[in-house]
Design a protein around this ligand. Structure first.
Ligand code: CP
Ligand code: NVA
Length: 310
């Protein structure tokens, strides 16, 4: 039986914690003496229908550090949907590689890949969510505070794919989650309802705001992301008029806890959703957060490609 990593919501809090513990161990091992080649002989096929810096390089390096290899496949090469059906691509690739990582536009494309593939499929971002990002985010929060439960996380801006995965990670793991977004840019209703169910079990508190100042009051983590996600480029100008009150700047950060950290999945649009002063300031964890993509994904790969402890 294979297992996929399509959404944080598909995993139990215990499984998520186990994966995070493994990520911490693999990170320690990597810096001490290098990782053991536990994925020797395994190859990850990486389908990219959108650009990427972090996801592309961190998955490639994660496979290499663990003794395996990765194959980058650009949009023009396989032409997912246009040249060949997802069902056929999935079944063919399953005979060549040991796992598939896919960054796609429509979320249904990654679920379809998972349905037809006989090897594990990892979601490297879709228009609905970004689960690998959320694992690195939670790992970074844990490293900074030494705990997760009870911490207050607030997301400022568009209720986008990154927000959905962060909401689900927080509500599964017992962190309080709030979001401040402008009208028309709320988090997906279904994703919110799912989180309410997770939050009952983990004792996490969820809140929605319009006013970013209210949302950040006393919080431990401020998180933001681009106002315009990949695939929404034609809305860029419209969004530039709506989102400026949601900029994460020094005035906003000053309202949070004095030890608050500021997070961003990157790429950042400096001067839009975040100022240089904050991105490069004392509260920022932007680069350790980006680096943790490598370690968090190693844990996902080990779990899925060796089926250890699942
Ligand atoms: N945060 C993130 O996924 O970055 P890339 O788009 O560069 O992969
Ligand atoms: N919300 C952004 C995240 C990029 C990593 C996007 O989908 O473009």
């Amino acid at each position: 039986m294979k297992k996929d990593f399509i959404a944080v919501a598909d995993y139990s809090p215990e499984e998520l914690k186990e994966m995070l513990d493994l990520a911490v161990d693999l990170k320690k091992e990597y810096f001490k003496k290098g990782n053991q080649p536990i994925l020797k002989g395994k190859v990850l096929g990486m389908i990219f229908n959108k650009p990427s810096l972090r996801t592309r390089i961190s998955f490639d390096m994660a496979m290499r550090h663990l003794g395996g290899d990765a194959l980058f496949i650009s949009p023009a090469e396989i032409g997912l949907v246009q040249r060949e059906s997802i069902a056929d691509v999935a079944r063919v690739m399953s005979g060549y590689v040991h796992g598939i990582m896919a960054r796609v536009f429509a979320h249904s494309h990654v679920t379809e890949l998972a349905k037809w593939s006989s090897v594990p499929v990892i979601n490297g971002l879709s228009d609905y969510n970004h689960p690998c990002q959320a694992m690195a985010d939670v790992m970074t929060i844990y490293e900074k505070f030494g705990k997760l439960k009870g911490l207050k996380v607030t997301f400022i801006g568009d209720g986008n794919n990154v927000a959905v995965s962060l909401l689900h990670a927080c509500s599964k793991l017992g962190l309080d989650f709030s979001i401040a977004s402008p009208e028309g840019y709320d988090l997906d209703d279904n994703a919110w309802k799912m989180a309410e169910g997770f939050a009952v079990k983990s004792d996490s508190k969820l809140n929605k705001f319009r006013d970013p100042r209210q949302a950040v009051a006393g919080v431990d983590v401020i998180y933001t992301d681009t106002w315009t996600s990949m695939g929404q480029e034609e809305e860029t100008e419209k969004r530039k008029n709506v989102f400026p009150p949601y900029q994460v700047n020094t005035g906003l950060v000053d309202l949070a806890s004095k030890d608050a950290i500021v997070m961003h999945c990157l790429p950042a649009h400096r001067g839009q959703e975040i100022t240089d002063e904050v991105a490069d300031g004392p509260h920022s964890v932007l680069f350790p957060q980006a680096h943790n993509r490598l370690h968090a994904q190693k844990a996902i790969l080990v779990k899925l490609l060796t089926l250890k402890c699942l």
